[in-house]
Design a protein around this ligand. Structure first.
Ligand SMILES: [Zn+2]
Ligand SMILES: [Zn+2]
Length: 141
């Protein structure tokens, strides 16, 4: 959370700019099948809250991926831009869009029971299973 520069990201083609007011550098990883299909690997996300400014909205498309979240992407270059949680309209933004955020630290791994065997992180973090996550969202759908 150093300066405004490090908090502004663009997609590959530059049509969309993403500017969160706040970035929590303790990022999360999701191993679920949807995230792995969407991002072609485990998904590294920064929690950016509700106060996120998007420029180039005409180039943003959303895919309604589950009962609790939608996924946004640039409809010109295909860069994945965010996961938006419907119950509070908060955004998680891929870590890769913000290469110079300081203090990045893996803090949590979601859907650990969906992680395939072909990769494994050595980071020691708390984990949540699918059942634990579904219990969390049960009253938010
Ligand atoms: Zn783009
Ligand atoms: Zn996921």
């Amino acid at each position: 959370m150093s300066d405004a520069l490090s908090r502004t990201a663009t997609c590959l083609c530059g049509a969309v700019t993403v500017s969160p007011a706040v970035i929590n550098p303790k990022f999360t990883v999701c191993h679920c099948a949807s995230c792995r299909k969407w991002s072609t690997g485990p998904l590294f996300m920064l929690q950016c809250g509700e106060d996120v400014t998007f420029d180039g909205k005409e180039a943003i498309s959303e895919y309604d991926s589950s009962a609790w979240a939608a996924r946004g992407f640039c409809n010109r270059c295909g860069t994945n831009l965010f996961v938006r949680f419907k119950h509070n309209n908060s955004f998680n933004v891929p870590v890769g869009l913000f290469p110079d955020v300081e203090g990045l630290e893996m803090s949590m791994q979601y859907f650990i029971d969906s992680k395939p065997d072909y990769y494994c992180f050595s980071n020691e973090t708390p984990t949540l299973t699918e059942a634990e996550i579904l219990a969390y969202f049960a009253d938010k759908m």
